[in-house]
Ligand binder design. Sequence first.
Ligand code: HEM
Length: 492
Amino acid sequence: MEMEVMDNKFFNVGLLVVATLLVAKIISALIMPRSSKRLPPVIKAWPPLIGGLLRFLKGPIIVLREEYPKLGNVFTLNLVHKNITFLIGPEVSAHFFKASESDLSQQEVYRFNIPTFGPGVVFDVDYSIRQEQFRFFTEALRVNKLKGYVDQMIVEAQDYFSKWGDSGEVDLKYELEHLIILTASRCLLGREVRDKLFDDVSALFHELDNGMQPISVMFPYLPIPAHRRRDRARKRLAEIFASIIASRKASGKCENDMLQCFIDSKYKNGRPTSEGEVTGLLIAALFAGQHTSSITSTWTGAYLLRFKEYFVAVVEEQKTLMKKHGEKIDHDILSEMEVLYRCIKEALRLHPPLIMLLRQSHADFSVTTHEGKKYDIPKGHIVATSPAFANRLSHIYKNPDSYDPDRFAAGRDEDKVAGPFSYISFGGGRHGCLGEPFAYLQIKAIWSHLLRNFELELISPFPETDWNAMVVGVKGKVMVRYKRRRLSVNGL
Ligand code: HEM
C-alpha cells in the first residue's frame, strides 16, 4: 500500500515537472517570440542588472576593445532597462547610416541637447521641421557661401599669428582653440559678435559647454549648478541675438555669414525663421563645429611635427602652390591642397572627436558581417556605431594604428575599397556631417598659414587622447617652439 502511494507520489511529481516545463515553454514562446531569431551575442557583465551600465561608464571604447575580438562586429550590451547594440564595420553599419527616420531615429538619443540648443530647433522639433532646418544649414554651407567664409578665415589666421613674436614657445592646442573660436564667431555668428561682443558671447558659450556634463546625457534637467548656469547663459544669448537680428533687419544690411543665412531662411510654407530659432540653430552649428575642428587641427599639427616626411610633403605642396598662385589663398587654392587634405583626414581617422553615434530603432532589421554571419536586431534597441573603433579595423586599413596619409591617395584608396562607411569620422548617409567642407577649409587655412610663415618643432611628448571629454580631444598641452620665417619658393 505504502509502495503504491510512493509510486503515485513520484508519478504526480513527475507529471507536475513535465507540465511546468511545458507551460514555461509555451509562455516563453508567447512572450519571447523572437527567441528563434539570430540575436547578437550579449556582453557578459557582473553584477546582474547594473553590470552592463558599470562597464559602459568605464568607457565605451574600452568595452569595444575588449569585446570586439571575442564577439565580432555585432553585439549587445544590457544597460539596465535598455539594450544597446553595437554595429562595427561598414558591412554591418550601412543600415545605421542609411535607414529612414521612422526605422532609426536620432531624436530620442540626442534629446539631451535640447536645453543647450534651446526650444523649437533640431531635436526639439518633429523630423519634418528638423529636415527643413538642416536644409537651412545646407544652404548656409554651399560653395558660394564658403568662398566668402574662407576670405574671413584667412584674415582671422593672419591677424592671430601676427601677434606671435619672432620666436617663442606656445601651447598649440590653446592657440588653435582660440583662433577657431574667433573664426567661428566671424563666419557663423557674424560681425557684430566678432567685433563688439566677442568676450561676452564666448563666456556665455563657455557656460553652455560646461552645462554639457556626462550626467547631462541621462538627466539634462537635473537641478545642478552647471545646468542652472547653462540655462541662464542660453537665455542671455537669446537676448543678444534678438537685438542683433532686430538691428540687422532694421538697417537692411546684409552680411555674408551663417547668421544672415538663418535670418533669410524660410520654411516650405513661407514662414520665416523666428529669432529664437536663429539663435538655436547658431548654437547647434557652434556645438557641431567648434571643438571638433579645433581638436582636428591640433592632432593634424601634432602628427605633422612628429613625422618629418609628411611635414616636408605638405611644405613642398605649399611651395608648388606659391609658384603657381603667388601669396594668394582663397577657396579654390585651398581646395588644391591635396597632400594637406590627406594629412588632416588621417589625423581625423585616428582621432575622431565624436566617438559614438547613436540611434533608436523602431523596426526589426538584419545585418550580415563580412564573415557572413547574420544577426537580427529587434526594435527597441539603441543602436550604436563608433568612428573611433571602426576607423581602425584591420580588414579595412593596413597597419590601422599607424599615421599613413598616403593610404587615401589614388591607387590605395583604403577608405573606399570596402565600400562606403569605412571612414566615418563625419558619419555618413542620411545624417552625414553638413559642415565637413567648412571644417577642412578652416583647418587648411590655418595650417597653410603656419607652414608658409613659421618653422615649428614639437617640444612636448606626443599627446595622448582625452577620453573623458564629451567631444574627445587632446590631453594636456601640445608645446611647440616656433620661429618666424617666410617660405621661399626656391628652397627652405
Ligand atoms: C572636424 C570637424 C567635424 C567633425 C569630425 C564632425 C563630425 C560629425 C559627425 C560624426 C556627424 C554625424 C552625427 C550622427 O550621425 O549622429 C556630424 C553631423 C553634423 N555636423 Fe559635423 N563635424 C565637424 C564639423 C562640423 C561643422 C564645422 C559644422 C557646421 C558649421 C557641422 C555641422 C553638422 C551638422 C549640422 C550635422 C547634422 C547633420 C544631420 O543630422 O543631418 N559639423 N558631424
